[in-house]
Design a protein around this ligand. Structure first.
Ligand code: HXC
Ligand code: NAP
Length: 293
């Protein structure tokens, strides 16, 4: 057994219909694949219909499951409503929403145009809000007994991060929405949770966050106490658990899955890891010698 293997029992998501925004590539695709393996029916949605169709065909072949590709730019509420309708027309119900679609790129903030900043806020915050609002209204109107919203944020949603300020600002908003609705919509049987991933290599993220030589210059694995990046399956395991009824009592939680990366940067004395083991005897003796001062 290891983290590259599926974790849940094979029928963990049988009977569930799950919509994954940005499900045609990267982490969205990995989570979609595992949901299918666990018996869910899924819809994947993004701007690029050809890409979605290709992913749908590939995953249906690999898993024997059912994938509905639906074109939808999450920035536009009318498109989100149409996407929800397409899913309901196909499946008759929707049980889970995975807000995974995102936009991001590194830049000194002062170089950004107002439109560049807006673009990221619109995809990440407004897009997650649009889907959450449309799906939430539907679940409340139809008195669906239980449903689940899972939002993909980042660890810098609470710490902030230089050079990705629009993304940090937007993800912080998504985190606040997650915790707020966990309380407000619990009475409707709607759970809201989030996952904060550390570095999980994908083409979409790496092309925009570590372009060219930056990939080699800033090896993100070195920043992680566990000295490795994440594997897509271990994120999919967590997402499937949070989508499943096994997590029925988890609501308003944000689960960090980053090998300890953000805490490494946060702890004031974490830098002491650079002290060689053999030096600790000497340091201890120096500290003890100061006892009487
Ligand atoms: C400065 C930039 C820019 C850049 C675009 N813009 N790229 N400004 N530096 N590198 C500006 C444009 O000039 C324009 O402003 C505005 O941003 C919108 O750009 P468009 O190309 O018109 O937008 P659009 O076609 O909607 O594309 C959105 C995008 C693109 C975000 C720019 O990269 C995209 O489609 N991304 C989707 C996938 C993605 O980003 N995946 C990574 C997620 S990773 P003006 O003023 O000129 O009109 C992630 C992980 C975080 O979130 C944590 C990792 C550890
Ligand atoms: P990715 O492959 O680029 O995924 C982003 C997805 O969002 C794409 O499929 C894209 O599809 C879709 N998208 C972008 N704009 C959209 C829009 N306006 N409407 C609908 N869909 C849109 O990158 P990823 O690394 O897998 O990222 C997935 C999620 O994980 C994101 O929320 C990201 O912030 C989060 N995350 C990733 C990492 C990491 O290390 N990879 C770390 C922390 C958090 P189209 O281009 O076809 O629209």
């Amino acid at each position: 057994m290891n983290y590259k293997e599926g974790m849940l029992r094979e029928d963990a998501l049988v009977g569930k219909v799950i919509v994954i925004t940005g499900g045609g590539s990267g982490l969205g695709k990995a989570m979609t694949k595992y949901f299918l393996e666990l018996g869910a029916k899924v819809a994947i949605t993004s701007r690029n219909l050809e890409k979605l169709k290709g992913t749908a065909e590939e995953l249906e072949k690999e898993t024997g499951g059912k994938v509905l590709p639906v074109q939808c730019d999450v920035r536009h509420y009318d498109q989100v409503e149409a996407m929800l309708k397409a899913c309901l027309d196909e499946y008759g119900q929707v049980d889970g929403l995975l807000n995974n679609a995102a936009g991001n790129f590194i830049s000194p903030t002062e170089r950004l145009s107002a439109n560049a900043f807006d673009t990221i806020i619109d995809i990440v915050l407004k897009g997650s809000k649009n889907c959450t609002l449309a799906f939430g209204k539907h679940w409340i109107d139809t008195k669906q007994e239980t449903s689940t919203i899972l939002n993909i944020v980042t660890t810098y949603a609470w710490t902030g991060s230089a050079y990705v300020v629009p993304s940090a600002t937007a993800k912080a908003g998504v985190l606040a929405m997650t915790r707020s609705l966990a309380v407000e919509w619990a009475k409707y049987g709607i759970r809201s949770n989030a996952i904060a991933p550390g570095p999980f290599p994908t083409k979409g993220a790496w092309d925009r966050l570590l372009p060219g030589e930056l990939k080699d210059k800033f090896d993100l694995a070195k920043k992680v106490p566990l000295k490795r990046v994440g594997d897509h399956q271990e994120l999919a395991n967590l997402a499937a658990y949070l989508m499943s009824d096994f997590s029925a009592y988890i609501n308003g939680e944000v689960v960090t899955i980053d090998g300890g990366e953000w805490l490494e940067g946060a702890g004031q004395f974490n830098i002491l890891k650079h002290i060689p083991e053999e030096m600790w005897d000497q340091l201890e003796a120096m500290i003890r010698a100061k006892k009487s001062n």
